[in-house]
Design a binder for this molecule. Structure first.
Ligand SMILES: Nc1ncnc2c1ncn2[C@@H]1O[C@H](COP(=O)(O)OP(=O)(O)OP(=O)(O)O)[C@@H](O)[C@H]1O
Length: 249
């Protein structure tokens, strides 16, 4: 497999609290990798450490052949790695138009063909250019999350870090957003790292997953093993029972 993202022995310490204790993952190009675990187990901290939103004390991060340490990131990193957050209300400025939201990353990275890129991004997320001059406070939660995804895709990244991207949305909208993400991954050969507390979502979206507990990975498996319940840790079994979205046969 061609590894596009490797996080090795990552340690994150918040003032003496060990939030990540030597966590390692390797993700192949084009793969969708899931992170599951109880609340507080460190899933978001791992995504944020990869994204450069958290420092990490120890460990090595490799993205598409480049090595990054602690919080050092170059401009190409911020183009190649994009994050979509859980809360589409908090992640978009309410007084900005959709146009301004999508223009900002293009200006920061000095990208040309701005008009065409904005139009393409809006089409890709199923909204169209009619939404271009609306304010984000005029949009529904699902529409906002589509804009957040368009903003992430507009720089043509290689990796999307998805932190519970649908858990703040109505069940009917969740499936639409997941399908949209899946289509974008196929069309662009994107790589996903996705956090979800819903094992049904992970099973639908991911190829492999890691199970986290207390800042450590306790089990890694492919999605087939999840579906056939071939896991070794009792903790994974408990998570499965607790996950409302997981279909039992
Ligand atoms: N900035 C911070 N300062 C101090 N502690 C933090 C900080 N961010 C996270 N933590 C702590 O680190 C631990 C891991 O948090 P994290 O948000 O990664 O968990 P999670 O698995 O994503 O949980 P959830 O599913 O509830 O989002 C928690 O105990 C949390 O309180």
């Amino acid at each position: 497999m061609t590894v596009v993202l490797s996080a090795k022995d990552i340690v994150v310490d918040f003032d003496g609290y060990l939030a990540l204790d030597r966590v390692s993952i390797e993700v192949a190009k084009g793969e969708s990798f899931g992170l599951v675990g109880e609340s507080g187990s460190g899933k978001s901290t791992l995504l944020r450490a990869i994204a450069g939103l958290n420092h990490f004390e120890e460990g090595a991060l490799m993205v598409d052949g480049r090595t990054y340490s602690r919080k050092s990131r170059d401009k190409s990193f911020y183009r190649d790695v994009q994050m979509v957050f859980q809360d589409p209300y908090g992640s978009l400025h309410p007084r900005q138009t959709v146009d301004a939201i999508l223009l900002e990353p293009l200006v920061i990275h000095g990208v040309d063909n701005k008009e065409a890129r904005i139009a393409r991004a809006l089409d890709e997320v199923g909204l169209g250019t009619g939404f271009r001059f609306r304010y984000s406070h005029q949009l529904s939660g699902g529409q906002r999350q589509r804009i957040a995804i368009a903003r992430a895709l507009i720089l043509e990244p290689k990796i999307l870090l998805l932190d519970e991207p649908t858990s703040a949305l109505d069940a009917s909208i969740q499936a639409e957003i997941l399908n949209l993400l899946e289509q974008a991954r196929k069309d662009r050969n994107l790589t996903f790292v996705m956090v979800s507390h819903d094992l049904g979502v992970i099973s639908h979206m991911c190829d492999r997953l890691a199970v986290m507990k207390s800042g450590k990975i306790v089990e890694s498996m492919d999605v087939h093993q999840l579906e056939t319940r071939e896991f070794s840790a009792d903790y994974t079994r408990q998570l499965m029972v607790a996950s409302e979205g997981f279909r039992r046969d």
